[in-house]
Design a protein around this ligand. Structure first.
Ligand code: SD4
Length: 361
């Protein structure tokens, strides 16, 4: 797979998601946009040799623009003395509890039966991992995933069994009611009951794009994935989602699967994926990216290699989106996507910026 088709500004800046003075992104010298085509192609070449960002530690990356407030919570956790694992959990909980975010947590889009089922996973520096899938009524599936990691001999609990464990751990199981936004979308979807994933739907169902009209009704991608390197050099990753909107009842995506939605190797780096989970499940793209970093790739090159594999193994890349983020233990980072439209939040202790990822096709 050649990446000659890459035409996007690698790691270029964009309009800040919120006020520049709030997030510190707009005038950051590390995010200068190339002003001419020549400058752009030089930047492309340079950025593909090494990440356009200088290494940073601590560092937090998360998927899509809803990652901006999530990153800020993760950074606050680090500043308060929390570990990478604490930050990865606390960060995505912001997204899980946003009652208006239709893409993560209980307010998310339901499956075809009108039921919201949630997937989440978490992994730490030492290779410990936990996940839950196909759970209902859990406000913070990421916290339950951490509990699976810390309190059971297992890695993944599903459905009723995961809920039983949640009850035993004192989690409240909430009634399965659709949020007003999700109900509206579901009712619109029922009119045609046609399943067609929409590329980059996250940015229409969260943050500034929330409320924008959606093509044809059916929505699909719903996830936040976060990777964290803390000041002590410890890594962690988390991922939480309501999965593809209007999926079949019982469908589980890549997000709770270690190696697919997230992967961490404390000696190497961490990665997380978002997008059409079936394509990621078939390629274990997060694991692949970490293995590429182990073999010497920069995080950016590792992300490009993982997306190349996704495209090689899944036909018609114009019909789906996958985005991947990676960091290594030195605080270098990368991001890449199958196609245009994937953005991610990058935070140091001092500032958060929203970054357009480069893409392949
Ligand atoms: C899934 N990967 O359930 C998730 C959805 C997603 O951006 O990431 N959307 O397939």
């Amino acid at each position: 797979m050649a990446f000659g088709a890459v035409a996007a500004p690698l790691l270029a800046s964009r309009e800040p998601w919120a006020r520049a003075d709030e997030h510190g992104a707009a005038n950051s010298p590390e995010l200068a946009v190339p002003s001419t085509p020549e400058a752009l192609s030089q930047e492309l070449a340079a950025a593909r040799k090494a990440s356009a960002f200088p290494p940073a530690k601590p560092l937090v990356l998360s998927t899509w623009r809803h990652g901006v407030p999530a990153n800020e919570a993760a950074v606050a956790t680090l500043k308060a003395g929390g570990t990478a694992l604490d930050a990865a959990e606390a960060g995505v909980m912001v997204t899980e509890r946003d009652p208006e975010n239709l893409s993560v947590g209980l307010a998310g889009l339901p499956d075809r039966e009108g039921i919201v089922t949630l997937d989440a996973s978490i992994m730490d520096h030492d290779g410990r991992a936990g996940g839950v899938c196909f759970v209902q009524g859990i406000r913070h599936p990421i916290a339950l995933a951490r509990r699976v990691m810390e309190k059971t001999p297992h890695v993944l609990l599903a459905g009723a069994g995961a809920e039983q464990f949640a009850r035993a751990e004192g989690f409240e199981i909430l009634a399965n009611e659709l949020s007003p936004g999700a109900r509206r979308r579901y009712e619109a979807w029922l009119e045609e009951s046609h399943y067609e994933p929409v590329v980059n739907i996250e940015n229409q169902t969260s943050g500034a794009g929330r409320g924008a009209s959606l093509r044809g009704g059916p929505d699909d991608h719903d996830t936040i994935g976060m990777i964290v390197l803390d000041g002590d050099g410890r890594l962690a990753a988390s991922c939480t989602t309501s999965g593809l909107g209007f999926k079949m009842h019982g469908r589980v995506g890549d997000s709770p699967i270690i190696g697919a939605g997230i992967y961490v190797d404390g000696e190497v780096g961490a990665a997380t994926c978002t997008g059409l989970g079936e394509t990621v499940l078939k390629t274990l793209a997060s694991f692949l990216a970490v293995e590429r970093m182990r073999a010497g790739d920069s995080p950016q090159a590792a992300c490009e290699a993982a997306i190349a594999r996704v495209i090689a193994k899944n036909p018609d890349p114009k019909t789906y989106q996958v985005g991947i983020l990676a960091i290594d233990r030195d605080g270098r980072c990368g991001g890449f996507a199958v196609q245009k439209g994937f953005d991610f939040a990058r935070s140091t202790l001092d500032s958060t910026s929203l970054v357009d990822a480069p893409w392949a096709v």
